[in-house]
Design a protein around this ligand. Sequence first.
Ligand code: GTP
Ligand code: MG
Length: 473
Amino acid sequence: MLPLDKDQQTICALATPAGAGAISVVRISGDQAKDIILAACPGLKNKNIESHKAYFTKLKNDKNENIDEVVVTYFADHKSYTGESSAEISCHGNPLITEKILNRLHQLGARSADRGEFTYRAFMNDKIDLVQAEAVLSVIESQTENALKVSLRQLEGKTSKEFLAIESEMIWCLAHIEASIDFSTEGLDVVDQNILIQKLKKIKQDLQKMIDSHKSGKILKDGLKIVFTGQPNVGKSSLLNQIVEKEKAIVTEIAGTTRDVIESATIYNGLKIIVCDTAGLRETKDVVEKIGVEKSLLEAASADICIYVFDASAGITKDDEKLILNIPNKKVLFVANKSDKLAPHVLLGSRTETTKKLQSLAQEKPCFDQNNLLFLSALDQSCRDQLLLNITAEFKNLDFLNESLISSARQFEMSQNAELAVSNVVLELEQNAGSEFIAQTLKGALLSIQKILGHSFDDQIMDRVFKEFCIGK
Ligand SMILES: Nc1nc2c(ncn2[C@@H]2O[C@H](COP(=O)(O)OP(=O)(O)OP(=O)(O)O)[C@@H](O)[C@H]2O)c(=O)[nH]1
Ligand SMILES: [Mg+2]
């Protein structure tokens, strides 16, 4: 007999985390799943096992010795996660037991599953599309309530539905453009060019909405990264400690205390916030501190928001000005820390003066917004709320339950490709380019959407989607 194609082999894997626990679950899927289960669990042999039913039985080795008492839940083909005949074996959560069970399944003909292979098979058997396959991973990895809500929405197919609607509109446009190439195409009238342009502009708009949603989607999935920077001793580490609500970084009155990048995370209003504290920026001969300063600049460059901290009692000094103009980020929040040192009647004047300085700096770097200025005191616990409220303000009105956000970089890139191609189609129509030429451009856009959904795929796409999965999913 010829060996089976890899995709036709029966696969098995541990589906729960490795290690000890109350129970562990081993999964098996493929044509031979039922036969293998019956061979491993002789007690089930004379039972007519039914789909979606759980059976308490003994799983035995080839010498008919017990490996463990287990519960086998069987799923018939077409009615399972993978679409294939499959089963979940719940056993006692001991790694020795799960290893023995897997060995027994291997002995009976199942092989170890690759990363994400159960989900891959669900995709190949049309149980889910690629957007949903990516959502499976997001659901497992979601670290906040909001991220979970969005991932579940994607898994239910709500995001796919929006891409499907775009695909269907594109196909309609393509059919009508092609009809004007071949007038003999049955049943299709040549549609007015303006109607086509309107439809394509709407498609472009819908795609733009998906593209725009990626920023929030990504932040929801990976967290919002903020980095504290500024001169030594201004209170960066004290602010980090307040935000993460623990003494994560060393605080002393000695300038140059922090040398390495210190990273920690917190959750605020359903958003994960990754906070980094860095070495104070100054000219230094100290070798270690020098490296810290270089790291500090690199870290700031990779942040979503850079928080520039300075001493409120000193205001923005000449040294600060130089450093501020070197900030690589588009989004900067200025924090005048230690404002407890200012008497209330001085505070107002200090704010006006600082705002003026930022206004003049904004002339050199237009991305600075003088309104992004907070007077805080790291000695006061309320600085956490004030800072985080400001940082997360733009996400406050996001309706995580109802909006379709795309969190996958792959979907984002493909949507951008599609949007660009649709823009070109509109231009070509307006310039009365040849229909064959226009159809070709539109086919490019359509292909991008089909790649998002997995209606068209190749090894590279499969690799990108499934490489991050764990084994057993
Ligand atoms: N009065 C007052 N003191 C503060 C405040 N924030 C920090 N300090 C003090 O300022 C000193 C320096 O604080 P750090 O948090 O270590 O400052 P840093 O910016 O991390 O310093 P480097 O790591 O050296 O760059 C410590 O003695 C803090 O207690 C504040 O808001 N008000
Ligand atoms: Mg520090």
